[in-house]
Write a protein that binds this ligand. Structure first.
Ligand code: NAG
Ligand code: NAG
Length: 256
């Protein structure tokens, strides 16, 4: 039973390549404002695979399941994937996948990408987003948002223009009850959107940020078998606050 579900979910992980259409998009959102200056497109073979977000002048956060054996790069500084200027917007990366990541259902779905050069934070519209503290409490936070270039419907396509949607945090107990009973849920997750609303993420949105009060609190991880016909079950995000000590090791190493 568990094994079957596992395989099913993995097959529908929220990544998406333009060529083969296997990725995750925003459902019932709208075109993003110009101000999402931290958004990154994480690419494989120069095609969009996942979202990501800039957290310092040379680190981007994405999901661990976005890793690929083929050449990966990051695009910063445009909401429109048709307007990528390789010389200035594309960055080669070093990958630091969380050491305990195995698969999405085991959690730790987070990866750091170190840019080969510092992100140009001056002229181009690029700016890092704030991270939560290690013990940030989401209680009382109602409205958050998620953005991405993923599908706008189940089985759709990657879009050119970044889209964004408002979603609400769902209590962990409610979230677990809505997923199959008895399923071993990953630790360190946040549930938001996808349930009790027609809004959520979809294939191609993986790795993008869940933003609450201007802070990136979650990383898009997975939904239910690639079904983006919401309401369904809650969408699952990696809880960034739990990974702050791990992230800080990299950021500090980098600054010294
Ligand atoms: C990337 O390019 C390589 C070499 O051309 C190819 O073998 C591989 O299938 C491509 N991978 C993806 C995910 O597009
Ligand atoms: C999210 O909600 C805010 C405040 O209600 C609203 O101004 C904004 O347009 C909404 N964003 C999206 C993408 O729907």
């Amino acid at each position: 039973m568990m094994h079957g579900l596992h395989k099913f979910l993995l097959f529908h992980v929220l990544t998406c390549l333009r060529q083969n259409g296997l990725g995750s998009e925003i459902i019932n959102g709208k075109k993003a404002k110009k101000s999402l200056l931290y958004m990154a497109s994480v690419q494989v073979n120069r095609s969009h695979k996942c979202g990501g977000f800039l957290i310092s002048e040379d680190f981007v956060v994405t999901a661990a399941h976005c890793d690929s054996p083929h050449p990966m790069s990051v695009v910063l500084g445009t909401n429109n994937l048709r307007k990528v200027v390789d010389d200035t917007m594309r960055y080669n990366v070093m990958k630091y996948k969380h050491p305990d990541y195995v698969d999405i259902l085991s959690g730790n779905d987070i990866m750091l990408l170190k840019l080969s050069r510092k992100a140009h934070l001056g002229k181009k519209p690029i700016k890092p987003i704030k991270l939560p503290s290690h013990h940030m409490n989401l209680k009382g936070i109602k409205k958050c948002s998620v953005a991405g270039w993923g599908f706008t419907r189940t089985g759709g396509q990657i879009v050119d223009e970044l889209r964004e949607v408002n979603v609400s945090i769902i209590k962990l107990k409610v979230c677990k009850d809505k997923w199959l009973p008895g399923v071993k849920f990953p630790h360190n997750i946040i549930c938001a959107g996808g349930y009790g609303t027609d809004k959520g993420f979809c294939q191609g949105d993986s790795g993008g940020p869940l933003v609450c009060n201007g802070i990136a609190v979650g990383v898009v991880s997975f939904n239910n078998g690639g079904n983006c016909d919401y309401p369904d079950v809650p969408n699952i995000y990696t809880d960034i606050s739990k990974f702050i000590p791990w992230i800080n090791v990299f950021l500090k190493k980098n600054n010294s």
